[in-house]
Design a protein around this ligand. Structure first.
Ligand code: FAD
Length: 125
């Protein structure tokens, strides 16, 4: 079934990317190391260069220039990401997301699959 699905639309890629980014920001450490702060900045810079919709990438580069990445803590990074996502939302005429709700929306990653039952053999060892 998946093999027949074909390439993604711009909207699907956008939604999947925002989902990944907000989930990363939600799991970002409260006290990141220098390397983690650098990684967050690099991730956003790489997205602004390699994002598969050229027009979006160009637009996002400008957004980043006007709003440099803030990744001093989990709260700072997720609020910053919410803000820049809203800049994109505004330019597309989409509703503005209330950033005080960002942790409720993206905070805890849910486990959809139930834990598989351990094989009996393992229990007997
Ligand atoms: P999305 O905007 O994809 O959002 C997904 C979900 O995130 C929403 O359902 C909502 O629950 C939540 N959400 C919404 N806003 C916020 C927020 N501020 N903070 C936290 N959570 C939020 N498309 C273009 O046509 N032109 C562009 O220039 C363009 N630039 C883009 C740049 C980047 C970096 C990315 C990742 C995407 C870009 N897109 C662009 C795609 C666009 O932003 C949307 O992803 C796409 O239109 C699908 O929109 P959607 O309504 O499904 O919700």
């Amino acid at each position: 079934k998946d093999a027949k699905a074909g390439p993604l639309t711009r909207e699907e890629v956008g939604r999947a990317t925002w989902m990944l980014l907000h989930t990363i920001a939600a799991q970002f450490p409260d006290e990141p190391t220098r390397q983690q702060k650098r990684d967050a900045k690099e991730l956003m810079a790489i997205i602004s260069r390699l994002y598969p919709c050229k027009e979006c990438a160009g637009h996002f580069k400008e957004v980043l220039k006007a709003n440099p990445v803030q990744a001093g803590s989990q709260a700072e990074f997720s609020q910053w990401l919410c803000y820049v996502h809203n800049v994109v939302n505004r330019s597309l005429g989409k509703p503005i997301f209330p950033c005080q709700r960002v942790n409720a929306r993206w905070g805890e990653m849910k486990r959809k699959m139930k834990m598989k039952r351990l094989p009996l053999l393992v229990l007997l060892v």
